[in-house]
Design a binder for this molecule. Structure first.
Ligand SMILES: *Cc1c(COP(=O)(O)O)cnc(C)c1O
Length: 219
């Protein structure tokens, strides 16, 4: 199937109120441009250099979400491009984002990445630390917490991700109930090609989809 058809089919399937982020890592301009032509409105990128190259060609026709692991020395560049950073996983990186956003005259919308499976090798805030990390980050001047993001398990059996999504949704609701100043629990970003339907079942309103749109990645 072509990229256009894949996007159109996905968009027609997704329930109302679910935002599609096209995860474009390693994809060339033509592929990404085809996806946009078919109705994609948000591009997700993992790599700063790659997004700079795409951004030069695509610009603000779409929204840009950063979904990779953000290194401190790349924050300044990320802020120049992205409309949202979905992967904030420490107070330290949040401080750098707030500082660089102030310099660039922005308030950066972010999601807090939750390590819902408490896996040592994975990025993200452990569930039990979410509240304190969010409270601390919410005090920073040039950052706005808009919700949570989580990765499921990397496995063919997407059912195994369901408990992770349930855990993250629970944190989302708990934080919402706290009505913290400066925190707007609006977005819950969960689910990829193999797991997005389960993620939506469990409350996701942003899904990040790559291979179902672009085909299998080489790398
Ligand atoms: C690559 C990627 C996706 C999309 O993965 P697919 O399985 O290709 O849909 C989603 N989220 C993140 C953070 C990614 O890096």
């Amino acid at each position: 199937m072509s990229i256009e058809k894949n996007v159109k089919q996905l968009l027609s399937e997704l329930p109302d109120g679910i935002q599609l982020v096209a995860a474009a890592k390693t994809m060339d301009f033509k592929s990404v441009n085809d996806a946009i032509g078919a109705g994609v409105q948000i591009i997700g990128e993992n790599y700063i250099q790659e997004s700079e190259e795409l951004y030069k060609l695509i610009g603000n026709r779409v929204k840009w979400h950063f979904i990779g692991h953000l290194q401190r020395n790349k924050v300044k560049k990320a802020i120049a491009i992205f409309d949202m950073i979905q992967t904030v996983d420490s107070v330290d990186i949040a401080k750098e984002i707030s500082k660089q956003s102030a310099i660039q005259g922005k308030i950066m919308p972010v999601l807090i990445e939750i390590n819902s499976g408490r896996e040592e090798q994975k990025a993200g805030v452990f569930p039990e630390n979410a509240e304190s990390v969010i409270k601390e980050i919410s005090n920073l001047g040039n950052i706005k917490i808009m919700g949570l993001m989580t990765m499921g398990l990397l496995t063919e059996d997407s059912e195994l991700s369901r408990p992770y999504f349930i855990t993250t949704k629970k944190i989302f609701e708990d934080i919402k109930t706290l009505n913290l100043p400066g925190v707007d629990m609006k977005y819950l970003s969960m689910g990829m090609t193999d797991s997005y339907k389960i993620a939506i079942d469990e409350g996701a309103n942003i899904v990040r989809i790559g291979s179902k749109i672009f085909g299998k990645r080489k790398a």
